[in-house]
Design a protein around this ligand. Sequence first.
Ligand code: SDX
Length: 379
Amino acid sequence: MSADAYKPGLEGVPATQSSISFVDGKQGILEYRGISIEELAAKSNFLETAYLLIWGVLPTQEELDEFEHEIRFHRRIKYRIRDMMKCFPESGHPMDALQASAAALGLFYSRRDLENPAYIRAAVVRLLAKIPTMVAAFQLMRKGNDPVQPRDDLGYADNCLYMLSEQKPDPLAARIFDVCLTLHAEHTINASTFSAMVTASTLTDPYAIIASAVGTLGGPLHGGANEEVIAMLEEIGSVENVRPFLQQRLQSKAKIMGFGHRVYKVKDPRAIILQGLAEQLFEKFGRDQYYDIAVELENVVAEELGHRGIYPNVDYYSGLVYRKLGIPTDLFTPVFAIARVAGWLAHWKEQIEQNRIFRPTQIYTGQHNVAYTPMAERL
Ligand code: SDX
């Protein structure tokens, strides 16, 4: 590639060939294994979607029951990992606790047997099962509580929401949370999935891979944006202040959190579904004071930046949904991670089936034949 053709951020550069998901950024289309996100959100659930992403087919009822049973069996986390988490500072961000805890799983399951389908399945089950429990455990321990144990009478999504919100979920709330997990499960080669693939390409263990991906997801330009959106809406404070706020942000060239996307140049199809979920929750449980501000900001950004393809992305309305579900703000990105583990694992499995270590090249802009300057002669 010539220096002229080079674009930072690997823009437009294919990193792999994959059959897991598809995005059309102009049409606003997202498909998992060829099935539209709208159909999966309406008819499927997260565990079934995770199975579809990882093994490439929708499970039979028997396969899904077996998958759920295995996950239920592995939901608890080792006491030693819980004791390790007790040493983490209460002020720490849950994404950092999750990254450390996910990596720690490798201490217990470090043997690598990547040729063995049973090893792959065991890692998939353990990570899908334990990631939610680890997020909840840290949240509760830093509040001085004993970690709530997953309940055997609740399904996967209900249990996640119960552990994160510390209350038995209303059926509508649990269903909406399940849809949120499906919406966040996979999205082709985003930064955290690319991170997972690069780590996977060295044939290391899946726990190190998930720890890499969690660390990448946490940044404010990626999964960390959902938390930033709420802070932004709180800063705006009123519908009347939306325009002045936006003008100030545009003048300072600062990014508007929850807007823009490397691929979507229309409203993210997931944002459309999440906005509908928010409205369902508001109808049953009362309106969120920031929703009207969010809608006004979306309208004004469309006026100012729509011509440049800058519209709401998945992180724009998700925070308003999670607030209404009773999830603490600093757990919004860990919720994203709970869902995206499915996509990261799907790409891990696909990567090791066709593996070659990632080793890109560069465009060198430095000097050559530079003489070594002795210390005494340095200024
Ligand atoms: C996710 O990739 C994925 O699929 C990610 C994700 C997934 O499911 O995995 O969809 C999840 O990460 C969603 C994105 C969450 N992040 C944010 O909401 C943070 C705010 N958004 C921006 O930082 C930005 O839009 C990105 C990071 C999402 C995309 O970055 P790009 O493609 O590198 O775009 P860019 O920063 O080069 O911007 C291009 C132009 C710039 O203007 P110029 O310098 O050319 O004049 O568009 C402008 C930008 O200033 N722009 C914005 C903007 N996003 C882009 N201007 C104001 N506000 C914004 N949000």
